[in-house]
Design a protein around this ligand. Structure first.
Ligand SMILES: Cc1cc2nc3c(=O)[nH]c(=O)nc-3n(C[C@H](O)[C@H](O)[C@H](O)COP(=O)(O)OP(=O)(O)OC[C@H]3O[C@@H](n4cnc5c(N)ncnc54)[C@H](O)[C@@H]3O)c2cc1C
Length: 298
């Protein structure tokens, strides 16, 4: 069945992103690999897409986003959408390769109950290898890396928010070879099938569980079929003693990435660990002021 795509007027941050993009320089890049990273039996289609440019005029880093200028419909020249950088940029044969992780997005119209495909995510997920895609950016600041290998790293993410953490973990254990501080990943998804880079289809992150300083804690929705919130707060609460110890350490860096709704549960869990909202927000301000708090929420 062919379903019509209605024109969509972006609001809030997306709108300012659209305005900004009209003057941004466009960098075309070619899709060289498109891999589904959720198992076939999962209802969610999430893909790891690798793009290549044949020169070095464009670059991006973990913690930043790139903007895909999806071809326009209904008189729009483009539909610009932001995506997190999902891997470290690789320089190869005089060009660069970078990756994004895209969840196929569909939504149900409130009025007629019909299902419509999200414009850019469906464009990207259906894209044949060899197609040229228009990018702008990068946007945002790259994740600052601790100066010392003894620093602790606490990552909290949900859904496609895992993308920059994959790059960060690879940097610690592949580029640097090892990391002495504690590296902890709290990662939430609807079910085990949707644990990106940690499921039967793609186990990229599983190779790091043998690293003595790395531990990953998974949180899933108690009722995946009914859109119940993912219990990221419970996963953090179950490890309260260690999280508290890390929060107290002067060299702990915290990274947060994923959907905006996770912020409330993360704050709730950290308030409980700190004993009061005042203590947590004071600590958070201090982390921000010392450059040890990084977040990309959407
Ligand atoms: C900083 C940032 C980083 C991001 N990183 C990632 C990432 O790494 N991976 C990723 O998959 N996504 C990421 N996103 C989200 C991404 O930018 C897109 O928003 C997402 O892919 C959906 O885009 P789409 O064009 O497919 O859907 P759209 O067509 O934009 O639809 C999205 C939503 O808009 C509403 N909508 C659209 N059309 C209508 C209509 N006609 N009537 C009513 N409502 C409508 C619906 O609520 C729908 O759910 C990020 C967003 C931001 C802001």
């Amino acid at each position: 069945m062919i379903v019509p795509i209605l024109p969509y007027r972006p609001k809030g941050p997306e709108m300012s992103a659209v305005r900004e993009s009209t003057s941004a320089k466009i960098y075309p890049a070619t899709l060289v690999r498109s891999e589904r990273i959720t198992p076939e039996k999962s209802a969610e289609d999430v893909r790891h897409l690798v793009f290549r440019r044949d020169d070095l005029s464009f670059s991006c880093a973990m913690g930043q986003c790139v903007r895909v200028m999806a071809p326009g419909q209904y008189g729009n020249q483009y539909h610009p959408r932001l995506y997190l950088v999902a891997d470290n940029v690789a320089e190869r044969d005089g060009g660069i390769e970078f990756a994004i992780c895209v969840k196929r997005h569909n939504y149900i119209d409130d009025f007629n109950g019909e299902r419509y495909p999200g414009i850019a995510s469906n464009y990207l997920c259906d894209l044949p290898v060899g197609t040229s895609v228009q990018f702008t950016g990068p946007f945002g600041y790259p994740f600052a890396m601790p100066a010392s290998r003894k620093a602790n790293i606490l990552m909290i993410g949900m859904g496609t928010g895992i993308a920059p953490f994959r790059a960060l973990i690879r940097t610690l254990y592949e580029t640097y070879g090892s990391w002495d501080g504690k590296v902890r990943l709290f990662y939430g998804a609807k079910s085990g099938l949707e644990m990106l880079y940690m499921n039967d289809e793609n186990k990229d992150l599983a190779q790091y569980v043998y690293q003595p300083t790395f531990k990953a804690f998974q949180a899933i929705s108690p009722r995946p079929a009914f859109d119940a919130p993912v219990a990221i707060d419970q996963a953090i609460a179950q490890n309260a003693a260690e999280v508290w110890e890390m929060l107290q350490a002067p060299d702990t860096y915290i990274y947060l990435a994923g959907v905006d709704q996770m912020q409330a549960s993360v704050n709730q869990a950290l308030i409980a660990i700190c004993g009061s909202a005042d203590t947590w927000y004071e600590l958070k301000d201090a982390l921000k002021a010392s450059g040890r708090w990084h977040e990309v929420l959407y």
